[in-house]
Each structure stands twice: as structure tokens, then as C-alpha cells.
Design a binder for this molecule. Structure first.
Ligand SMILES: NC(=O)C1=CN([C@@H]2O[C@H](COP(=O)(O)OP(=O)(O)OC[C@H]3O[C@@H](n4cnc5c(N)ncnc54)[C@H](OP(=O)(O)O)[C@@H]3O)[C@@H](O)[C@H]2O)C=CC1
Ligand SMILES: Nc1nc(=O)c2c([nH]1)NC[C@@H]1CN(c3ccc(C(=O)N[C@@H](CCC(=O)O)C(=O)O)cc3)C=[N+]21
Ligand SMILES: [Mg+2]
Length: 302
């Protein structure tokens, strides 16, 4: 380009500090957990079920155990072999459904082949469905009724509220349409008044849709899919993706679905990986579990 532009300070986006935001949320949750204990002598309990092994799920499990403890809640881990039958898994969920020490149940996705995620997630009673994936909570979200909202889209929404504020009339693009992230994210952005587009595997030109968007949320699991030139200057970029890559020196590093070094030069606001959406997912899981415990113990607010 012209010599003059080379002397200018390159624009860099403001970083969205999900890690700090989540840490503050966790402190508030800890205070609420303590007050809940004072009222009822009950500590909210979260059951986490991991079948087989999935790299992103392992990162999640590790951080979740730590944060649950930090919030003063109890965490019950169930690690099952990849050979577990659907019947065995449904039997475990049935026991957790009726266990008075358990207020939230989360089954890690993806499940190994042979286990049906729709059947399994719908076996969780709606009151303990802290991932918000069953038909009752998903339906409530679609209809704009109160219910349990999936943790990752909820975490993204809280960041957007804090850093962007009013989103009415903004063009939002969600890349990825999973039941866990993309679809509920689209519902929430629509509720905020955005004009929402959802791109998925069959979308013809995701790059040009992205170039029009004021807000881009990416959740595909395709590492570094979104390049710098996909981003409209000044746009807000929320990167949900978590992939573990091995470097030439043998160490591993987490990367997102956005090529960060490129996108940071174009965006106005951007989440890093790690330190962005991941910690927010965990804080929202703890919040959902405390809210579930309140409703199970105290009954729905009247
Ligand atoms: N940070 C966090 O807290 C969390 C991170 N994650 C991470 O987010 C990522 C996505 O997770 P999840 O939604 O569960 O994944 P899924 O694999 O369930 O869904 C991915 C979605 O992206 C779509 N997709 C895949 N490739 C492309 C592409 N090239 N262009 C456009 N769309 C594409 C898929 O389309 P189709 O359905 O048609 O195949 C699908 O809709 C993963 O890296 C996961 O580890 C997930 C949850 C929480
Ligand atoms: N039913 C279900 N619900 C989920 O929400 C769900 C799931 N299954 N399966 C796996 C994915 C992945 N996921 C992550 C959550 C937090 C971090 C996280 O804490 N990330 C830190 C990592 C810090 C580090 O270890 O370096 C960060 O991004 O800063 C990662 C990944 C939730 N998922
Ligand atoms: Mg997948």
C-alpha cells in the first residue's frame, strides 16, 4: 500500500475479557450459594457425565471441576467408557434425576457413535437440564418463555450485553447451527432485536455474509475457519471454537474457529481463545445449576 499507511499505528480490536467477566460472575455465584446454604442447609450439586473421551470435553471437565469448587458447589463426575450402552447411560440419568443431592445434570457432547444425543439429553428432567438442551427448555427458548438457556450462548449474550449494549437493528451472523451453540445463539440474538443469519455446512458463501455482519458468532469446530478479510471493519467477533493443536515443539495450544492474528486487525471487539467464551460457559453452568437448585428447593418464583 502507499507509504503513508505504513507509518500509521495498525488498528487492533479491543479484547473481550471473558475470563475476568466469568471470575466476577463466579464470585457473585459463590455469595448466592452461601446465602442459599444458610437458608436451606443444602449445597447445590452438579452431575457431569462424560462418555469416552473428546479433547474439547476434557478441557471443559478440568476447568469446570475447579470453578465449581470455587463457587462453593459440589461436582459429581461420572466418567464412563466409550463402550457404554444407551441403556446403561439412561439408567445413570434416571438415578441422577431422583437424587436429592443433584440439582443439575450435564451430559458432555459429542457422545460416542451408537448413543443418541437427542434421546439421552431428553432423559434429563427439565428442572435439572442445566445445559438447556431438552425439548422443554429448547421450546421455551424458541417461544421466548422463561427456562434454562444453554450455557455457551448465554455466556456469549452476557458478553455482548456488557461490551456492545443495545443490539437492536444490528446484522448478526451465527456460523454453525448445532443444538448446543448455533441455534440457541440465533434465538437469543433474535430476541435482542438483531437481524439474524445462520450459516452452516451447506451455506454457499459464508465469507460474504460475514463481511456484512456487525456481530459474528462462530461455532463450527473448524479451526481458524474465519479469516481476517471476512470481518467487516469494527465488527464484534465472538469465537466459540475450541481445538487443541500440537506445535512443532510437541507442546499443545488451544485455538478457536477464527484466525485471531488476522481478525484482531479488523474487528472492533474480539474474544480470545483461551480466555474468551470458554470461562463464560462454565460460569453460566454454575449460575444455571444454582437457579435449578432454587427452583427445585424453593419452587418456582411467584
Ligand atoms: N467455548 C465453549 O464454551 C464451547 C466450545 N465449543 C466448541 O465450539 C465448536 C462447535 O461446537 P458444536 O456447536 O458443539 O459443534 P457441532 O459439530 O455440533 O456443530 C458444528 C456446526 O458448524 C457447522 N459447520 C461445520 N463446518 C462448517 C463450515 N465450514 N462452515 C459453516 N458451518 C460449518 C455444522 O454444520 P452441519 O450441522 O451442517 O454439519 C454444524 O452446524 C467446537 O470447537 C466445540 O469444541 C462447544 C461448546 C462450548
Ligand atoms: N453438553 C455439553 N455442554 C457443553 O457446554 C460442552 C460440551 N457438552 N462438550 C464440550 C464443549 C466444550 N466446552 C468448553 C467449555 C469451557 C472451556 C474452557 O474452559 N476453556 C478455557 C480453556 C482454558 C485452558 O485450559 O487453557 C478457555 O477457553 O479459556 C472449553 C470448552 C463445553 N462444551
Ligand atoms: Mg461435531
Amino acid at each position: 500500500g502507499p507509504a503513508v499507511s505504513d507509518t500509521q499505528e495498525p488498528h487492533a480490536a479491543r479484547l473481550i475479557d471473558g475470563k475476568g467477566f466469568a471470575a466476577r460472575m463466579t464470585q457473585d455465584i459463590a455469595a448466592d450459594v452461601s446465602a442459599f446454604y444458610d437458608r436451606h442447609h443444602i449445597t447445590p450439586g452438579l452431575a457431569v457425565v462424560l462418555v469416552g473421551n473428546d479433547p474439547a470435553s476434557e478441557v471443559y471437565v478440568r476447568n469446570k471441576a475447579l470453578q465449581t469448587h470455587r463457587a462453593g458447589m459440589r461436582s459429581f463426575m461420572h466418567m464412563l467408557p466409550a463402550t457404554t450402552s444407551q441403556k446403561e447411560l439412561l439408567g445413570l440419568i434416571e438415578r441422577l434425576n431422583v437424587d436429592p443431592e443433584i440439582h443439575g445434570i450435564l451430559v458432555q457432547l459429542p457422545l460416542p457413535a451408537g448413543l443418541d444425543p437427542v434421546v439421552v439429553t431428553n432423559a434429563i428432567i427439565p428442572e435439572k437440564d442445566v445445559d438447556g438442551l431438552g425439548v422443554v427448555n429448547a421450546g421455551r427458548l424458541a417461544l421466548g418463555l422463561p427456562g434454562i438457556v444453554p450455557c455457551t450462548p448465554l455466556g456469549c449474550l452476557l458478553l455482548l450485553h456488557h461490551y456492545v449494549g443495545d443490539m437492536r437493528g444490528r446484522d448478526a451472523l451465527v456460523i454453525g447451527a448445532s443444538n448446543l451453540v448455533g441455534r440457541p445463539m440465533a434465538e437469543l440474538l433474535l430476541r435482542e432485536g438483531c437481524t439474524v443469519t445462520v450459516a452452516h455446512i451447506d451455506t454457499r458463501d459464508t465469507a460474504s455474509l460475514a463481511r456484512q455482519a456487525d456481530i459474528v458468532v462462530v461455532a463450527t469446530g473448524v479451526r481458524e475457519l474465519v479469516r481476517g478479510d471476512w470481518i467487516k471493519p469494527g465488527a464484534t467477533v465472538i469465537d466459540v471454537g475450541i481445538s487443541r493443536v500440537t506445535l512443532p515443539n510437541g507442546k499443545t495450544r488451544l485455538v478457536g474457529d477464527v484466525k485471531f492474528d488476522e481478525a484482531v486487525k479488523r474487528a472492533g471487539l474480539i474474544t480470545p481463545v483461551p480466555g474468551g467464551v470458554g470461562p463464560m460457559t462454565i460460569a453460566c453452568l454454575l449460575r444455571n445449576t444454582l437457579d435449578a437448585a432454587r427452583i427445585l428447593v424453593e419452587g418456582p418464583a411467584r
